[in-house]
Design a protein around this ligand. Structure first.
Ligand code: FEO
Length: 403
């Protein structure tokens, strides 16, 4: 399928209603996704990005119905990750020798993926490609979210093609942001930012500042996943500015795993204790073994503080807790507080181990953590509640400035 976005601009991508996991098994996509590809027709015709490899044949066949492939003059490869470049090998067989505009880093990564020597035309920020009446202006966007990432801006229609930035994994019969459930859209956008862009927040903030400095009016943002930002497109840019600035809400998230319910009882009682200090704080509990990791990461992103609990097993911690701590460390959250808790029978190392991993992940530990031996009795539960209350006291909102 294809549809017109603006005069001379056609969406020629692929909606993936069935996608449940992205990046292998790494990212859950509860609402599917889309791989957006755009055809821009002026005196010259350019194709911006392609789709994921499993849909390559469908994509190229659909494109051939939309346009005589020989009349495509240029291809823009904004990013080499397979979900956007996967159809290039098949497409380039049909378009031998056609120029592929991309960054110098994209040449390396496209060659690394496909081992092909296409007619690469390296562009840098500020380079322009004339299409006739309109021009494409290229803007390198390294680490949003790969070194090769790039935006391009179409003069005349004033469209920013931002590749992954401002995207979300959401398949929809409607492809414009003003036609869908805004709560669903917001949820997918924040999940995408939290799980993919958090480590690059500095680059996000400075790239947005740089783009604003170019003084290019934006009527629409056409990114590479999900819905086109047609209504108030700068709303997502402003939201990114907020998210990139060590974002937090008045929320404390409790993440735990449990064997015989002792650590679960601790988690629930600590949660009640938090609200003794602050009736307004949002408290969310997740058994990490039973809930979606990417949804939990999204809640960590929103939180001013987290509490992480595991019983001790074999002098260590339960594997699901270890796994999410590894994900949290990789994302490099800033300005958040934390503490650990857990039950034990004899050796009782879990709290120290979790505390060390939280500190290593950049969280400010506000307490040495709470251990409970065997199944918590009423006195132990009283300690858990008190621990929660003290923790909440030490995590005010808004957080005081860190510098
Ligand atoms: Fe949508 Fe970085 O690929």
């Amino acid at each position: 399928m294809s549809f017109t976005i603006a005069p001379g601009i056609t969406w020629v991508g692929k909606k993936d209603w069935e996608l449940k996991k992205f990046h292998g098994e790494e990212y859950s996509t509860h609402r599917g996704s889309s791989y957006n590809s755009y055809l821009v027709r002026d005196e010259k015709t350019v194709l911006i990005d392609t789709v994921w490899a499993p849909f390559a044949e469908e994509f190229v066949n659909g494109l051939a119905k939309e346009i005589d492939l020989d009349t495509i003059d240029f291809i823009v490869a904004s990013h080499a990750e397979s979900d956007h470049s996967g159809a290039m090998p098949l497409l380039m067989k049909a378009l031998p020798g056609k120029p592929v505009y991309c960054t110098a880093n994209a040449v390396k990564s496209l060659k690394g993926h496909y081992h092909q020597d296409w007619n690469f035309q390296v562009v840098k920020t500020g380079d322009r490609l004339s299409l006739g009446d309109k021009e494409l202006i290229f803007v390198e966007a390294p680490m949003l979210h790969w070194p090769d990432s790039m935006f391009c801006y179409l003069t005349g229609e004033q469209i920013l093609f931002s590749n992954d930035a401002f995207g979300h994994h959401l398949a929809s019969e409607h492809m414009f942001n003003d036609l869908v459930d805004r709560a669903e859209l917001y949820q997918e956008c924040i999940k995408y930012y939290a799980n993919i862009l958090t480590p690059f927040s500095k680059q996000v903030a400075s790239k947005i500042q740089e783009f604003v400095g170019l003084d290019l009016p934006v009527k629409m943002i056409c990114q590479s996943h999900g819905l086109i930002w047609r209504d108030d497109p700068l709303q997502i840019v402003n939201q990114y500015v907020a998210w990139a600035n060590d974002y937090q809400e008045n929320q404390i998230t409790i993440i735990y795993d449990t064997m015989w319910d002792s650590t679960r009882k601790m988690a629930e009682t600590i949660g009640e204790g938090l609200r003794v200090h602050d009736q307004n704080v949002t408290v969310k509990l997740f058994n990490v073994a039973r809930r979606d990791h990417n949804d939990i990461i999204t809640e960590v992103f929103k939180s001013k503080a987290i509490l992480v609990g595991s019983p001790t097993i074999n002098r260590g911690i339960l594997a699901p807790v270890a796994a999410i701590l590894e994900e949290i460390k990789g994302l490099g959250f800033k300005g958040k507080k934390a503490a650990a808790f857990g039950s034990y029978g004899w050796s009782g190392e879990s709290v120290k181990l979790i505390s060390a991993r939280l500190a290593e992940a950049g969280f400010a530990l506000v307490d040495e953590g709470l251990r409970t031996q065997w199944h918590p009795d009423s006195q132990a539960l009283e300690s858990c509640s008190h621990f929660g209350t003290l923790f909440a006291e030490q995590c005010p909102f808004p957080a005081p400035p860190t510098t």
